[in-house]
Design a protein around this ligand. Structure first.
Ligand code: ATP
Length: 299
């Protein structure tokens, strides 16, 4: 069961929201979409789910387009959260579970299990509107996974959650993946994608500007970071041959380099000047890659 997106384009009138996007998400993997506001993430999710028609191209799950009939096997956390504010939490989860083919008892059991897991069992009999935004978000996440879907699409699942709840949700998502689900999510947080996803794509104005496994993306970037801390100002080293950029930090700075020998030259040059307190060659973070690639493609 593979999710395949093949040469998909979406136009709204003359506006190109998604341009010739192709990708394959393997069964049981976790795929992350990164992109600035308006990059096209939600539009792609809606097309995957069949809520929007692609202008061109095809999207299939297990070889077939997703339709209402297959929706029992799909979980979706929409960007615009859509719970019934006046309905009680447990009643709502059971109702939504039943809509996706669960028996009432099964849905009740699953609802209480997830409410416990997300540490909100005491809200079961409260109306959704009485909950804080973050807790409503947790209920909405439960609503999208309660029926044990095999494909789960989460549009910014971490937004609005505090750090404790972010960790709780990450762990839950990883456990669901371990049980075999394929998970696709969007986020503005690079670290979440870096930590969770095997594959990712950076979208910019509806086009994929970087995609692949995390290690392919990092290797393909071609630059590494050298982090140096010293008792003196390192700015002058930013001019050295082989250094493509220098970012000063509190006690030193980060140099971007394309060849490892430049790292050793930097260290040697710095040691000639004075005392070095820290030296490390680091792979680029997704944050570095995002900033650089989106910057290069900025229209
Ligand atoms: N129904 C629509 N009609 C016209 N334009 C639309 C429509 N839906 C989306 N767009 C446009 O398509 C582009 C992509 O929007 P989309 O919501 O997919 O972005 P996104 O990456 O999810 O952004 P965000 O991170 O802000 O949620 C935007 O420029 C948006 O204005």
């Amino acid at each position: 069961m593979t999710l395949k997106i093949e040469h998909v384009t979406k136009k709204f009138g003359d506006f190109m929201a998604v341009n010739d996007l192709s990708m394959t998400v393997k069964q049981g993997s976790m795929y992350g979409f990164l992109g600035a506001n308006g990059a096209g993430k939600t539009t792609i999710f809606r097309m995957i789910l069949g809520l929007l028609d692609a202008t061109e191209g095809a999207i299939t799950w297990n070889g077939q387009p997703i339709t209402y009939a297959s929706s029992k096997h799909i979980g979706y956390l929409p960007e615009e959260r859509g719970l019934y504010p006046k309905m009680k939490v447990a009643d709502q989860l059971v109702y939504l579970g039943q809509l996706r083919g669960m028996k009432k008892n099964e849905a009740k059991f699953a609802a209480s299990k997830w409410l416990e897991r997300f540490e909100v069992p005491h809200y079961a009999h409260k109306k959704v509107e009485e909950l804080s935004k973050g807790n409503q978000q947790k209920i909405q996440v439960i609503a999208s996974i309660i029926h044990k879907p095999s494909l789960i699409i989460l549009d910014e699942p971490f937004s609005g959650l505090d750090p404790i709840n972010v960790e709780m949700l990450k762990k839950a998502i990883l456990d669901i993946q371990k049980e075999g689900a394929t998970i696709v999510f969007s986020s503005h947080r690079m670290d979440h994608v870096e930590e969770l996803c095997e594959q990712l794509c950076i979208l910019h104005h509806g086009e994929s500007i970087v995609s692949g496994t995390l290690s392919e993306v990092k290797r393909g970037f071609g630059l590494q970071n050298v982090r140096l801390k010293a008792d003196f100002d390192l700015t002058y080293l930013g001019q050295m041959d082989g250094v493509s950029s220098f970012k000063p930090s509190k006690e030193g700075g980060i140099f971007q380099i394309s060849e490892e020998r430049t790292a050793h030259e930097l260290l040697r040059a710095a040691l000639e000047k004075g005392n070095i307190r820290y030296f490390a060659i680091e792979e680029p973070s997704l944050h570095d890659i995002f900033i650089q690639k989106v910057g290069e493609n900025h229209a």
